[in-house]
Design a protein around this ligand. Structure first.
Ligand code: TYD
Ligand code: MG
Length: 454
């Protein structure tokens, strides 16, 4: 009989290696490779080629009954991120740093779905049922109709779920689950992958919506949910700064709705509260006109959000000045600095540059380029941008400004929050008058001249 070969698997990306090494070649992470036994064939596995496969024409599906509708929880922020509610027979992964509030969010979601008439089972592999109850009491949800279970053996969990067939099953967390057919410790890539596979196929087979919690650790010591991402239908990330009270639920993959949609929550002493007007919240503690502070009119998913971009520019004592960014892409900052230097003749050599997106928000839209450029210039020139002005637009390497999408929605949101002017690239599609005065710019040098009189 052939000797079973052990494998070395990267716990961050799931890549399989023949031998151990300190660094994973596939993802570049250090100390993430661990030794694991290969997946055992398991009982009942038959060879391929059996006559089980069945084909069906797309048009034949029309005659079948229509699928059950999405379930809404009544938590508007959650429903929006899910693309309008939870799809039956789907698997959703909710990832995030430990302690960010995933269990709190899902317990509140479980109670909301139960209140809306769904049969919900919450399986905790981390806390005893009494502890989950205690948390529920603290959240004011103690009399909710959610069923609880504290279990980590997936075989037992599946037996219970098969018997109960709930509408929604929440598994907190996938890293604590283990299958007795897999010879590896709970939390290892093999266990996480096999458990996620069992749960997603259960979801499809029985029409149950399954939500899985997955911890991500920066060190990659516990198998990251990244290996699970491609198995599930929807991937949500719950993010935020530990010191900040804001939490953002972001959809990074959604087979049934738009990706990049966000839901905003605030962590309070009574659990998570929904934030229906994030712009007002992100701008709530904005100081009086200050150099280096610019309001960016952004779009997150389908929703306009105004955020404050702060920059600080100071003489550097280092031979290589510091470039520090929080909430934006460091590479993009270097690009904006280079374009400012090459196209508008404004150099940041010998200056430390710090850039921060206020409120713990993270922005990935290229439309933030112009707002970042404005914040950098404002900090460098020590001149404030008008307090009632929002900025947006993409900057190209040539120094030209490119129009961005949904300009009209951005302006509407700005008007709603009391802004009266906007600086944006010429050529943005605008509809009816939003009440905000547009200053259209075509290139970066023109923008610099107009705003800072350089
Ligand atoms: P938790 O949901 O346990 O995080 P995760 O499941 O992602 O590991 O949240 C833990 C944090 O949330 C903890 O630091 C305390 C905070 N918290 C509140 O501030 N208010 C609350 O009502 C609750 C339940 C938790
Ligand atoms: Mg938890």
């Amino acid at each position: 009989m052939a000797k079973p070969v052990t494998q070395f698997i990267c716990s961050a990306c799931g890549a399989v290696h023949k031998k151990w090494s300190g660094r994973c070649d596939a993802c570049g992470d250090w100390n993430t490779i661990t030794e694991e036994a290969p997946l055992s064939a398991g009982p009942g596995k038959t060879s391929l080629g059996a006559m089980k496969g069945k084909r069906i024409g797309l048009t034949d599906l029309r005659t079948q009954e229509t699928p059950p509708p999405r379930r809404t929880s009544g938590m508007a922020e959650l429903d929006r991120v899910l693309g309008g509610g939870l799809v039956p027979a789907s698997a959703t992964l909710v990832g995030g740093d430990p302690g960010i509030g995933k269990s709190t969010l899902l317990l509140q979601a479980a109670a909301s779905f139960a209140r809306a008439g769904a049969k919900v089972i919450y399986v905790s592999g981390e806390e005893a049922t009494a502890q989950v109850r205690m948390r529920a009491q603290r959240l004011g949800l103690a009399d909710s109709a959610v069923m609880l279970a504290a279990e980590t053996n997936l075989r037992d969990i599946l037996t219970t779920l098969e018997a109960e067939t709930p509408d929604l099953a929440i598994i907190d967390s996938i890293q604590t689950m283990w299958l007795d057919t897999v010879e590896a410790a709970p939390g290892s890539v093999s266990q996480v992958r096999a458990s996620a596979h069992e749960l997603t196929s259960f979801a499809k087979r029985r029409g149950v919506a399954v939500m899985l919690v997955g911890h991500v650790t920066k060190e990659g010591q516990i198998a990251g949910p990244r290996v699970v991402e491609h198995m599930v239908d929807t991937v949500l990330y719950f993010e935020g700064e530990r010191g900040h009270q804001f939490r953002i639920l972001r959809s990074v993959k959604n087979r049934f709705g738009p990706a990049d949609e966000i839901g905003v929550f605030e962590m309070t002493g009574m659990g998570l509260a929904e934030v229906t007007n994030p712009s007002a919240l992100f701008l709530s503690d904005r100081e009086t006109p200050a150099p280096g502070s610019v309001v960016f009119a952004g779009i997150e998913g389908t929703r306009p959000v105004l955020v404050e971009i702060q920059a600080l520019v100071a003489p550097s004592s280092l031979s290589q000045p510091r470039r520090a960014v929080v909430g934006w892409d460091g590479g993009r900052l270097s690009m904006i600095l280079a374009v400012l230097e090459a196209r508008a003749g404004i150099s940041f050599a010998g200056l430390d540059v710090y850039l921060n997106i206020a409120g713990g928000m993270r922005i990935s839209e290229p439309a933030a380029d112009l707002a970042v450029a404005a914040a950098l210039l404002s900090a460098r020139e020590d001149a404030a941008v008008p307090h009632d002005c929002v900025v947006f637009g993409e900057v190209s390497l040539s120094g030209a400004l490119r129009p961005v999408s949904q300009a009209e929605n951005r302006l509407k949101e700005a008007a709603k929050l009391g802004f009266s002017s906007a600086i944006a690239p010429a050529g943005c599609k605008l509809g009816a008058d939003s009440g905000v005065r547009m200053q259209a710019m075509t290139d970066l040098p023109g923008f610099v001249g107009e705003i800072f009189g350089a």
